[in-house]
Write a new protein. Structure first.
Length: 318
């Protein structure tokens, strides 16, 4: 189905629910975070509803009434003025996004010997077949489900919890917000007070990123001495709508004790995964996404049958 895109004179547009292309209404679902259209003069090649039976796309316009989308009507984009509220929106094809933004890759490259949680399987990537010898190239991948930038499914720590193949796509794509927590010491605990001071807004989108800047230590012994977050802080974020928690560290819980020994117990994992939420670990480049507005995030895991986690290609569009 196509998406309806609201073009606004304001800083950000909005997204309404998917439309079947045959009229009807749709309630505004959430801020459209992957576009920042600031003028109605947007390319008609984007503002279109494509019909597979017709060679030319037909521009389609709706008008906004309160928080409802009135039934659409055929319109000539070049002759259409803004609605009285100063806003109008159009249909675009799935997979398209309005111009004016860019993608930021938040993933570490998976390679042989990549740093993993102590005791996890080591990563080995090696050629299985080559073009020179076999006519095709084929690579053998050998690593654990929590390698590199990855997602923890509830079954990672919760008996009977959901596995990655049961995670819905809309859970791991959509609006996301970054909370900046820089300037932290080795193994420092991010308290409820710390998070409240850094978090903007009352309500949060489903996906929240905690930026500590610790990704700069990835691949070094210091990466194991990352900051961690208090359960009370996570619960506070949860109560405001967060369900997917992304970290640029190895672990939201402590990995090492103050004396450098391995720790036991995963209270943050237990809270998030025990409530059927999701955790993303080992993010990078969170510093490259804006903190003053929401972004569009994609955190898709592999569809691994009955598995507790998966490497992901994490990215945001802003």
């Amino acid at each position: 189905m196509p998406w309806a895109i609201l073009v606004s004179r304001r800083r950000g547009p909005m997204r309404i629910g998917a439309d079947d292309g045959e009229g009807g209404t749709g309630r505004i679902a959430s801020p459209l975070v992957y576009s920042r259209l600031t003028t109605p003069q947007t390319s008609p090649t984007i503002i279109t509803k494509r019909d597979g039976s017709a060679p030319n796309a037909t521009p389609v316009c709706h008008h906004l009434s309160g928080d409802r989308a009135l039934p659409k009507r055929q319109t000539d984009f070049r002759k259409t003025s803004l609605s009285p509220g100063g806003r109008k929106f159009f249909m675009i094809d799935p997979g398209q996004h309005p111009p004016g933004g860019s993608w930021v890759d938040l993933s570490h490259s998976v390679r042989t010997g990549i740093q993993v949680y102590p005791g996890d399987p080591e990563s080995t990537i090696e050629a299985y077949a080559t073009i020179e010898a076999d006519g095709v190239a084929l690579t053998h991948l050998d690593f654990g489900s929590h390698t590199g930038t990855h997602l923890d499914a509830p079954s990672h720590t919760i008996a009977g919890g959901r596995t990655v193949d049961r995670i819905r796509l809309d859970e791991v794509t959509g609006p996301a917000r970054k909370i900046t927590m820089r300037g932290l010491r080795d193994q420092q605990l991010m308290t409820l007070s710390d998070v409240r001071q850094s978090c903007t807004g009352v309500d949060l989108p489903r996906i929240v990123f905690l930026e500590t800047g610790w990704d700069t230590h990835f691949g070094t012994p210091r990466y194991l001495r990352h900051p961690c977050i208090a359960v009370e802080a996570v619960q506070w974020l949860w109560d405001r709508g967060a369900r997917v928690f992304g970290f640029d560290t190895l672990n939201p819980d402590p990995t090492l004790s103050p004396d450098g020994q391995a720790t036991s117990g995963l209270p943050v994992h237990s809270f998030i995964l025990g409530n059927d939420g999701l955790i993303v670990e080992n993010l990078t480049r969170l510093c490259d996404i804006p903190a003053d507005r929401d972004v569009y995030a994609s955190l898709l895991p592999l569809r691994l049958d009955s598995v507790d986690g998966s490497p992901i290609r994490a990215a945001v569009f802003s």
